[in-house]
Write a protein that binds this ligand. Structure first.
Ligand SMILES: [Zn+2]
Length: 84
């Protein structure tokens, strides 16, 4: 097998096994909300968003959306403080 083919196969394997293999350290994402666009940042387990809800609660829909996309590659923003 040539090196290009084996690299493609490896890449597919890494992508499929992303829960074990992929970990995000830093990230900056733009999220278009209902009313305005927000910037979500992630830095070694710490989330940040420039919206009002995040300033009040430490979590918001924008952060949660990025969490849902990235799954186990990031630490959760919600520190299990009862959201009932
Ligand atoms: Zn937000």
């Amino acid at each position: 097998m040539d090196s290009v083919a084996s690299r493609i196969i490896k890449a597919q394997q890494y992508a499929q096994e992303r829960d074990q293999r992929i970990r995000v350290h830093t990230l900056k994402v733009e999220v278009r909300g209902e009313h305005s666009t927000h910037i979500v940042e992630y830095n070694k387990g710490v989330w940040r968003c420039d919206c009002e809800e995040f300033q009040l609660r430490g979590v918001c829909a924008h952060v949660m959306a990025i969490e849902a996309i990235l799954g186990d590659a990031v630490e959760p923003a919600l520190v299990v403080t009862a959201v009932h």
